[in-house]
Design a protein around this ligand. Structure first.
Ligand code: ST9
Length: 106
């Protein structure tokens, strides 16, 4: 594996581990949109382009998940890994920016 590809893979794995180890309920509540973005990129990175058929009417959550994955088309696995890491940095920054600033730091 080329070095840049290897570091891309390691950064992705670290981001995946962080997200899998977040508590289910915490001060931060990701929106469905955010969760679906992570989900789509994760599937694309790990499984490649979506080749399964779209779930039926009785599985609306499955359809949303399928749509989030399928809309990434033929995006490469390494591009999906990079986008996943970038997304995590963006969301982490948003969480930091939304923290109250009136607490004493000293
Ligand atoms: C809080 C603390 O308040 C402070 C917050 C700091 C914030 C830091 C900012 C960092 C970014 C955070 C973004 C959160 C985004 C959440 C994304 C969720 C998708 N990524 O193995 P299964 C798929 S924290 C994407 O059965 P687990 C997997 O393929 C409070 N998708 O379930 C499968 O789908 P399918 C907020 C992933 O192990 C499905 O998920 N806390 C990932 O029980 C289920 O997989 C949270 O937001 C992945 N890394 O759950 C908790 N791994 O069957 C976020 C697996 O179709 N974490 N999948 O293949 C979770 O919700 C879960 O750990 C989980 C895995 C869903 C990622």
């Amino acid at each position: 594996m080329a070095e840049s590809e290897d570091s891309c893979h390691r950064r992705f794995q670290a981001a995946v581990d962080v997200i899998q180890n977040l508590p289910k309920n915490g001060a931060y509540r990701p929106s469905y949109e955010v969760m679906l973005r992570f989900y789509g990129l994760y599937k694309q990175a790990v499984c490649g382009p979506c080749r399964v058929s779209r779930p039926g009417f009785w599985d609306p959550v499955g359809r949303y998940k399928w749509d989030a994955w399928s809309c990434l088309g033929e995006m490469s696995s390494s591009a999906a890994m990079t986008a996943y890491v970038e997304e995590m940095k963006k969301v982490a920054q948003e969480v930091i920016d939304s923290m109250p600033m009136n607490e004493k730091t000293a």
